[in-house]
Structure formats: structure tokens, C-alpha cells
Design a protein around this ligand. Structure first.
Ligand SMILES: Nc1nc2c(ncn2[C@@H]2O[C@H](COP(=O)(O)OP(=O)(O)OP(=O)(O)O)[C@@H](O)[C@H]2O)c(=O)[nH]1
Ligand SMILES: [Mg+2]
Length: 309
């Protein structure tokens, strides 16, 4: 998240290396042969196989066809660059900076299914904010699991920041107290962790809605961001998760984790394509370490996805 070009390169190559699954599919078909109908069909197939989704893949191929005609592209190398541009154009509306300076405290709630990477992302984000001279307070909204509270406490210690945590308490009241304390202490950012829940767990989804609402009672306008954390290895399932979490919690943005290992990465294209006004993807997770969270950049991601520098 540091802007020096050296660091940028190192995370870019990290992402590129780690998006191996898609690259095997998408890179493998650029063998240097001719660009014909068979090639485009195979490319469409590989896009779908990389979690891009049927509709987005079809649109990408159509746009690519237009580019091939318009610019008289002949070689696979030329087509590959055009493909990068077409994918980047779809991803571009998701590129956005998470700005926390508009109000104090800036309140963020993170939600998602079990094990998506919420708590880890909060720890990584905390480091990012602290590095930018912001003060941070964490709220352990996952109040019932001792391990969950402890996990957040560890991230708090690592970042030397306070964590509000109360065993077995109502998660809404923990969020409420954290915001009140954040107001008193003039904290820059309050991050509220929540317990993992599946969209099929109606009660837990309703609880999320309540946790969101109670924050507005502690501070008008809070939460300022409601971020869904999505596991990148879950593929197309991400699309329905967005819809279902949005219905109860009115999402404002996304973090996609685990874009290393077995994630195919194409799901970001599917997400960007799925709504007229796609949700911002603020960050992507590319590993388990504290520095493995990076700003999302459409062109760089498109390049990494198809193996271009
Ligand atoms: N490889 C990889 N692992 C990650 C990433 N983000 C999180 N993880 C791992 O995913 C696992 C679950 O992460 P958590 O942060 O505990 O997930 P959670 O959403 O808080 O889980 P619950 O609170 O149980 O719902 C941990 O082992 C993390 O280290 C990532 O970007 N890449
Ligand atoms: Mg957690």
C-alpha cells in the first residue's frame, strides 16, 4: 500500500504469480498461433472456466471481436493486449480509494460468510491506517466465540491499538460502545468485526441488519462503510453473496481475499459486470501476512489475470 514503485512491482509480481489458476487457463491458450474463430471460442471457454461468468465472457469476446476488426489485429500478442484493455475497462468502475477523512470517527463494519477473511483484513487495514498516521479502534462484534475475540486482540496488539471486546455481549452494543468511545477519543477510524454468517441463516442475517442500524444511534450517519469480505476462491458464489448481504446490510464496498493459491480471480470481472453501478473493490488480499492487502487497480489486475507485465 506504499506507493513507491519498487513496492508496487513486488506486489504486482506477487499477485501475478499467485493468480496461477487463471493463468494456467488464460495464459495457456496464447500459444502464438493464428487468431480465428476457434481461438476466440476457446478463449471464451477459458474465461468462463476462470470464474468470469457466462455473460461477462460473452461480452468480452464481442468487444474483442470489434477491436480485432477496428484495429486490424492479427497476432495473438496483439489480441492479448486488447483483451487486457477490454477486461480493465469492465473492472475500472470498481477501482476506488477508501477515504476515511470525511468524518471522525470514520466507522466501518465488515461482514461476510464464515472464514472469508474479515478479521485478518481488519488487522491488515489497521496497519494501513496506523501507517498513515490515523488512530484506530477495533470492535469485536463476534462476541460469542472466544477464539474470535482472541484473534482480534492479537491483531490489536500487533498494531498497538485498542480493541473493545465483551464476552457474550450483544454485538450491536459492542459496536455502539466502540463508536461512543471513538467519538470521545476523537479516533480516526473505528472498525467493527462481525461474526461469519451464511445468507441462509435468516436470524443471523437479521442480526447484521440490527448491528448496522444501532450504529446510527451512536453516531448519525454511521456506519460510513459496510464492506463485504469475499473469499476469492468461492468463485461465482460471490455474486449471490453480494446480493444477499446487500439486502440486509446495504453494502458500500468489497474486499476480495485469498487471491493467491487456488483463486481464479475472474470473479472480480463477474462482480464488476454484474451491476450497472458495481460496488467499489477497495482492497484485495494476496496472502495471510499483514502486508498482503493491496489497493485494487483495474489495469494491473487485468494484466495479472492474463499474464501480461
Ligand atoms: N491465503 C490467504 N489467506 C487468507 C487471506 N485472508 C485471510 N486468510 C486466511 O483465511 C483464514 C480465515 O481468516 P479470518 O480472518 O479468520 O476469517 P473471518 O472471516 O474473520 O472468519 P470468521 O470470523 O470465522 O467468520 C485465516 O487462516 C486467514 O489467515 C488472504 O488474502 N490469502
Ligand atoms: Mg473473524
Amino acid at each position: 500500500m506504499n506507493d513507491t514503485s519498487k513496492e508496487k512491482m513486488s506486489w504486482f509480481s506477487k499477485l501475478k504469480n499467485r493468480l496461477e489458476k487463471s493463468r494456467v487457463n488464460l495464459v495457456g491458450i496464447f500459444t502464438g498461433g493464428i487468431v480465428d474463430e476457434n481461438f476466440l471460442e476457446e478463449l471464451e471457454f477459458q474465461l468462463i472456466a476462470s470464474d468470469v461468468g457466462v455473460e461477462a465472457s460473452s461480452e468480452i469476446i464481442e468487444k474483442l471481436r470489434d477491436q480485432i476488426k477496428l484495429k486490424g489485429l492479427k497476432t495473438q500478442a496483439e489480441v492479448k493486449e486488447a483483451l487486457r484493455d477490454v477486461i480493465a475497462e469492465i473492472l475500472k468502475p470498481c477501482e476506488a480509494e477508501l477515504k476515511t477523512e470525511s468524518t471522525q470517527p470514520f466507522v466501518m463494519m465488515l461482514c461476510g460468510v464464515n472464514g472469508a477473511g474479515k478479521t485478518t483484513s481488519i488487522g491488515k487495514l489497521a496497519k494501513h491506517f496506523v501507517a498513515n498516521d490515523q488512530t484506530v479502534l477495533l470492535a469485536a462484534g463476534d462476541t460469542f466465540r472466544a477464539a474470535a475475540r482472541e484473534q482480534l486482540a492479537v491483531w490489536g496488539e500487533r498494531n498497538k491499538i485498542e480493541v473493545i471486546s465483551r464476552e457474550g455481549a450483544d454485538p450491536g452494543s459492542v459496536a455502539f460502545d466502540a463508536i461512543i468511545q471513538g467519538k470521545k477519543a476523537k479516533t480516526s477510524v473505528v472498525m467493527i468485526d462481525t461474526a461469519g454468517r451464511l445468507p441462509t441463516q435468516t436470524n443471523l442475517m437479521a442480526e447484521l441488519s440490527r448491528i448496522r442500524r444501532v450504529q446510527n444511534k451512536a453516531m448519525e450517519g454511521a456506519p460510513h462503510e459496510v464492506i463485504l469480505v469475499l473469499d476469492g476462491t468461492n468463485g461465482q458464489n460471490a455474486l449471490s453473496q453480494v446480493k444477499q448481504f446487500d439486502d440486509v446490510a446495504q453494502l458500500t464496498g468489497l474486499i476480495i481475499t485469498k487471491l493467491d493459491g487456488t483463486a481464479k480471480g475472474g470473479v472480480l470481472v463477474a462482480l464488476a459486470h454484474s451491476r450497472k453501478q458495481p460496488l467499489p473493490i477497495y482492497f484485495i488480499g494476496v496472502g495471510e501476512q499483514i502486508d498482503d492487502l493491496q489497493r485494487f487497480n483495474a489495469t494491473e489486475f487485468a494484466s495479472a489475470l492474463i499474464g501480461l507485465d
